[in-house]
Write a protein that binds this ligand. Structure first.
Ligand code: ZN
Length: 154
């Protein structure tokens, strides 16, 4: 266990114990999507509100393991207040990070992203070593993408 892994574990634990952006938003104008990971029993509800191309607010409720909960918290922190273009870049970057050992190397490089944007999300990098945990980490992200497409299609 090196120092970086210690730091990453602390970040994940911190987001699990003190999840950011917990709660609900009024729908409408917000949209809500639910996700479920039967392999682990993780469940999540994501509320978000998009105004003029910006994700102005995001709230999350649900329950599950530490990886799924901290991933959701890290996601909400990374995307809140950002433009949809930036949000898309963050999601692409995260998906690429999670696919490191997934065998799908055919994807094009995601748009450039400053390190501050990825930030603490890098803490979830260690999850790729445990394939069963990738589904836990991805639950919030796939649910989030579904919510974003619903919010932008109406
Ligand atoms: Zn889980």
């Amino acid at each position: 266990m090196n120092e970086l892994e210690d730091l990453y574990r602390e970040i994940i634990l911190d987001h699990y114990k003190n999840p950011r952006n917990q709660g609900v938003l009024v729908t409408p104008p917000a949209v809500m999507k639910e996700g479920f990971n039967p392999l682990c029993g993780d469940e999540i509800q994501i509320y978000l509100q998009v105004e003029e191309g910006t994700l102005v607010d995001i709230k999350i409720t649900g329950q599950g393991c530490s990886i799924s909960r901290s991933s959701a918290s890290l996601l909400s922190q990374a995307v809140k207040g950002r433009s949809l273009t930036e949000v898309e870049a963050i999601v692409a970057q995260f998906r690429q990070m999670m696919a490191l050992h997934g065998g799908s190397s055919s994807e094009v490089d995601p748009p450039e992203l400053d390190e501050r944007a990825l930030g603490e999300l890098a803490a979830l990098r260690g999850v790729v070593k445990f394939p069963v945990r990738i589904k836990c980490a991805m639950l919030a992200w796939s649910t989030f993408e579904a919510a974003i497409s619903q919010a932008t299609s109406s």
